[in-house]
Design a protein around this ligand. Structure first.
Ligand code: F6R
Length: 249
């Protein structure tokens, strides 16, 4: 596991975008796992800039998003589908048929989730998986208690996650869906490379617990310690409790 310390969110976003861009240059048919939430927004902005400067071509890549709320139509303003279109896909030359985002409206979740896993396999797996982290240690929507062998499935969201995400729903906790479809821990760990981004003081405690504590279902992100090719990009605020590691690097 490699930890990259950045001075601020801007530098974190730039580094993450450069890392993705480098991978696409090396493999134009890259399969990229994507996250939503506030953390990767800066990375998407930087990727769009690189595209506009003709430094990167998304034409042949495939993307798989980690998760989607159950019950939101794709053009609901808080759906992760809408987020991805507005923050990234609409601004670059990605081929629509190569975009995969879980369908939160599926009527046959078991079959649908198995099919999502199959689509990933059909593209020879995910090359690089971008991740954020929840304050309870979730990755994707794998909340505490998610087993290491979990695959794409419907999950119940934790109260803390619902509370944290209410900010996207005008602060209205009741408007936040209670369930989501998420890729599992096993689906994430199967990616050839994982890159976790964390920014801000609100993430400092969980970053410290995740990467200096024991590996446990109670902190699903801690499973990343087992991944052979995992990079954590943290800004100063999120890394503020990782002092001992920082000083030894
Ligand atoms: C969303 C996702 C979640 C978020 C996490 C942090 O696709 O995978 O695990 O990364 O909830 O969200 P922010 O970045 O808003 O703090």
């Amino acid at each position: 596991m490699k930890i990259v310390f950045t001075k601020d969110y801007q530098e974190l976003s730039l580094l993450a975008a450069q890392l993705v861009a480098q991978h696409i240059k090396e493999k134009p048919t890259l399969t990229l796992g994507l996250a939503t939430g506030s953390t990767p927004i800066g990375m998407y902005q930087e990727l769009v800039k690189l595209f506009k400067n003709q430094e990167i071509d998304f034409q042949h890549i495939t993307t798989f998003n980690l998760d989607e709320y159950v019950g939101l139509v794709p053009d609901h303003k808080q759906s992760y589908n809408f987020f991805m279109q507005k923050k990234f896909f609409e601004h670059v030359n990605i081929n629509k048929k190569n975009i995969f985002i879980p369908d939160g409206l599926t009527q046959k979740p078991t079959e649908y989730c198995a099919q999502y896993e199959q689509e990933i396999k059909n593209r020879d797996g995910i090359d690089i998986q971008i991740l954020g982290i929840g304050r309870d240690g979730h990755i994707g929507f794998n909340e505490p208690g998610s087993p290491i062998n979990s695959s794409t499935r419907v999950v119940n969201l934790d109260q803390l996650t619902i509370q944290d995400n209410a900010r996207f729903f005008d602060g209205n906790i009741n408007a936040v869906p209670k369930q989501a479809i998420t890729m599992g821990i096993a689906s994430i760990l199967a990616a050839r490379e994982c890159v976790l981004l964390a920014s801000g003081t609100a993430k400092a405690k969980i970053i410290e617990r995740t990467f200096t504590g024991t590996i446990s279902e109670n902190i699903p992100a801690s499973f990343l310690q087992m991944h052979p090719q995992c990079t954590i990009i943290v800004d100063q605020a999120a890394a503020s409790l990782l002092k001992s590691i920082q000083s030894s690097q």
